[in-house]
Design a protein around this ligand. Structure first.
Ligand SMILES: C[S@@+](CC[C@H](N)C(=O)[O-])C[C@H]1O[C@@H](n2cnc3c(N)ncnc32)[C@H](O)[C@@H]1O
Length: 235
């Protein structure tokens, strides 16, 4: 069924919406609410160690609240099969595994062997069975075509923003009906919503969002945690 137009996002918000007065009230408290959301997630030693490795290696990990969202969505979807593009040192992978079914398998792809080594170590230190993770060294666009259509509960995109449109194009076919596509840093911390920002990252982030919002098989939602997380469920 064709969805009503008013349910679609405008990308980005160019003018003030008609409910601007409510928005003003919300925005006045936005920093406080975001700060509360981000600092209310407590991480244990395993997460802290993985986060430290991430920082050392320059692999920017998801924020704690973004991580909690990943665990939440993985639990909500009863996820048994998840694909992650951009393993980093394994922080987001730990959150996904935390929410996934006990026998669920995380397939995670990264071009950097050092990052993958750090992630493998983080998973081991968290007591994750080796059968639950499949770490693949390679470029996502080379690996994704080898994965089965409609076989995955969640696809999490968290590599170079500039490649977001091609990752979205290459990965949405992997989702089962009811599966969730999650794009991290979709708003670039707000920069992507500003049309005057014309650098390649901002343009690519907007393009990926537009691809998702224009896909009638996806129902999407932007969640302003971390640098902005775009979630979309396949019908
Ligand atoms: C932001 S970090 C990922 C952080 C990780 N998701 C976390 O939260 O712990 C991005 C990662 O994407 C990897 N990467 C960059 N381009 C890639 C590509 N084309 N295919 C696969 N991985 C890529 C980088 O090596 C880096 O480890």
């Amino acid at each position: 069924m064709q969805r009503a137009r008013w349910t679609r996002f405008r990308v980005p918000h160019a003018e003030a919406p008609p409910w601007k007065d409510n928005l003003t009230v919300v925005l006045a408290n936005a920093d406080l609410m975001l700060s509360h959301a981000e600092t209310s997630v407590a991480e244990d030693d395993t997460f802290r160690a993985a986060r430290e490795f991430s920082d050392d290696l320059g692999a920017r990990a998801v924020t704690p609240a973004t991580g909690a969202l990943l665990a939440f969505l993985a639990r909500l979807a009863s996820a048994r099969a998840v694909v992650e593009i951009g393993t980093g040192a394994g922080v987001s992978g730990l959150y996904l595994l935390r929410g996934m079914a006990q026998d669920g398998v995380l397939t995670t792809i990264d071009t950097d062997t050092e990052h993958l080594r750090a992630a493998r170590r983080a998973f081991r230190e968290a007591g994750v069975a080796t059968t639950r993770t499949r770490l693949i060294n390679g470029r996502a666009l080379d690996v994704l075509p080898r994965l089965a259509d409609g076989a995955y509960d969640i696809i999490f995109v968290d590599a170079n923003v500039i490649d977001q449109p091609s990752f979205v194009a290459a990965s949405s076919r992997l989702l089962r009906p009811g599966g969730i596509l999650i794009v991290n840093a979709a708003l670039l911390g707000g920069r992507a919503s500003d049309q005057s920002q014309q650098d390649p990252a901002a343009v690519s982030a907007r393009e990926a969002t537009t691809m998702i919002t224009e896909d009638d098989s996806l129902t999407e939602l932007i969640i302003p945690l971390g640098e902005g997380v775009l979630c979309a469920i396949r019908s």
